[in-house]
Design a protein. Structure first.
Length: 495
């Protein structure tokens, strides 16, 4: 605690974003380059040495937040990087993509703006790379055991890195042509530029992890065959079975799932395509779904120069402050938040018929209407109450040339045959069944991340990867020194 009065004398300052008119003309990250470092030591000084750091419990990784806040305030970047990487394999990912439940659990947040924990984390991670504090860490000796990891999202990569560093020979199988899972093709570049991902993958290659891209287990290689070739298999395929909207007109052309739309814009950024075949350019776009994926579609459509963009959220507009009776500190509250994409939509007035930031709250889609060619042209919605019951007299029609469904995911997709070939037991909600050791009903096969937990946050995905690595290591060797930050049945703090 370099400044014991920092939390009283220093106001919160977030990493400033570039001007809207500038950033919507490119796909670079929304933040002002270089603007975080000059302010971050004072922001770290706001950490109040509270004695019982609830930010630890709010973060499933158990990040040592007060320790690296203190080290940053003292300008000790090497030690800060060591403490950060002690609990998190990929802090530059979480520092950009995580919604920061740790900040909701910050003791200062009881009656003041929380410490900018997420910004401090991103600054440490970036400085670690800049100053050479994130070298490859290959194992001193090999165990002679082999592990296949299916899926290269944050769970799969974290599990693979931990197991490689423990001395096992690890191969990661990825169905897409590039590594990263949704971080590659689901998360837009304006939220996280892909060089952050490439840098970590090269670190893992240097440590000894092997990668097999364009290989769908169950289709390109048999799941049973793969299991026979390795001492253990970790399934970390994510939850990619998207939820549908079964309303009249769903079959019309121009209605797509968010994860059909977003990967194409990412492929444009990768140089694979000159333009997206689903581009929103010149179209009136309606996004059904009020979560982060919907916001990603919003920011993407704005950059593709849509004629208008409106986002529908079935929930009522939340309050701007925490309701202590409903969601008391230190739980993560559902409050009104203005993402970079919503800020852009607000300033550019992309949705004249919606609220100020392009969102229509408490809105339920009842049907789509198309033209004589079977192309969607409008969406009919109605306002709903807290129980999602339609309110009479509130129906209205929105023009829609492109509709994007961002309704979340129910579990792993089954079209590649992986689950059925192995005969994995499944939960009623569509996720893979596992025991307290992350093990499935098939000996030697483990499941982690969204495929078993269900749709969750990136910080939980990385924690799952670290925890399943410890379970696999213990299974293969009889014991493990690898950290296991969470168990398979742990859940976020809630009332």
């Amino acid at each position: 605690m370099a400044d014991p009065k920092g939390f009283m004398t220093t106001p919160r300052r977030d990493w400033p974003r570039r001007p809207v008119a500038q950033r919507v003309r490119d796909w670079n990250e929304v933040y002002v380059p270089g603007a975080l470092l000059p302010i971050i030591d004072k922001q770290a000084d706001r950490c109040m040495d509270c004695g019982i750091p609830f930010c630890h419990d709010a973060c499933p990784l158990g990040n040592l937040i007060p320790e690296w806040n203190d080290l940053v305030s003292r300008d000790d970047w090497r030690a800060a990087a060591d403490r950060l990487h002690a609990t998190n394999n990929f802090p530059e990912f979480t520092g950009r993509l995580c919604p920061a439940p740790c900040e909701a659990g910050c003791v200062l947040a009881i009656n003041q703006p929380a410490v900018t924990i997420k910004n401090v984390e991103a600054a440490i991670a970036d400085q670690a790379w800049e100053l050479g504090f994130a070298p490859p860490r290959p194992p001193e000796r090999l165990s002679g055991r082999t592990v296949a990891v299916i899926g290269s999202g944050p769970t799969g990569l974290a599990a693979a890195q931990q197991l490689t560093r423990a001395g096992h020979t690890v191969a990661v199988y990825e169905k897409d042509d590039r590594l990263g899972g949704l971080m590659r093709y689901g998360i837009p570049a304006f939220k996280m530029e892909k060089h952050h991902l490439e840098r970590r993958i090269e670190q893992m290659r240097a440590e000894g992890t092997k990668f097999r891209t364009s290989t769908a287990v169950g289709r390109d290689v048999g799941a049973v065959e793969l299991r026979a070739r390795y001492d253990a298999v970790v399934i970390a395929t994510g939850a990619t079975a998207w939820r549908e909207l079964p309303v009249p007109g769903r079959e019309l052309a121009g209605i797509h799932q968010a994860m059909e739309y977003l990967p194409l814009s990412n492929r444009v950024c990768e140089g694979d395509l000159d333009s997206s075949p689903m581009s929103a350019a010149g179209k009136h776009v309606v996004i059904v779904g009020g979560g982060d994926t919907g916001a990603d579609c919003l920011g993407t459509a704005v950059r593709e120069e849509a004629a208008s963009v409106t986002q529908l959220d079935i929930y009522a507009q939340p309050a701007t402050e925490r309701d202590d009776d409903v969601e008391p500190w230190p739980t993560y509250p559902k409050i009104y938040r203005l993402s970079a994409a919503h800020e852009e939509a607000r300033d550019l007035e992309t949705a004249p018929t919606a609220d100020a930031d392009a969102r229509l709250f408490a809105a339920s889609t009842l049907r789509f209407t198309g033209d004589e060619n079977g192309q969607v042209r409008s969406l009919y919605l109605v306002e709903v109450d807290a129980a999602r019951r339609p309110l009479p007299g509130t129906g209205r029609t929105l023009r829609a040339d492109l509709v994007l469904l961002a309704l979340g995911f129910s579990g792993p997709a089954r079209d590649d045959g992986l689950i059925d070939q192995l005969g994995l037991a499944m939960e009623s909600r569509g996720t893979i069944t596992r025991d307290a050791q992350f093990a499935t009903n098939v000996p030697g096969v483990f499941a982690a991340g969204d495929a078993a937990r269900g749709q969750s946050l990136i910080v939980w995905a990385i924690a799952e990867g670290r925890a399943v690595a410890a379970a696999v290591d213990r299974c293969l060797t009889g014991s493990s020194q690898l950290p296991a930050p969470i168990g398979p049945y742990d859940r976020p703090m809630a009332v």
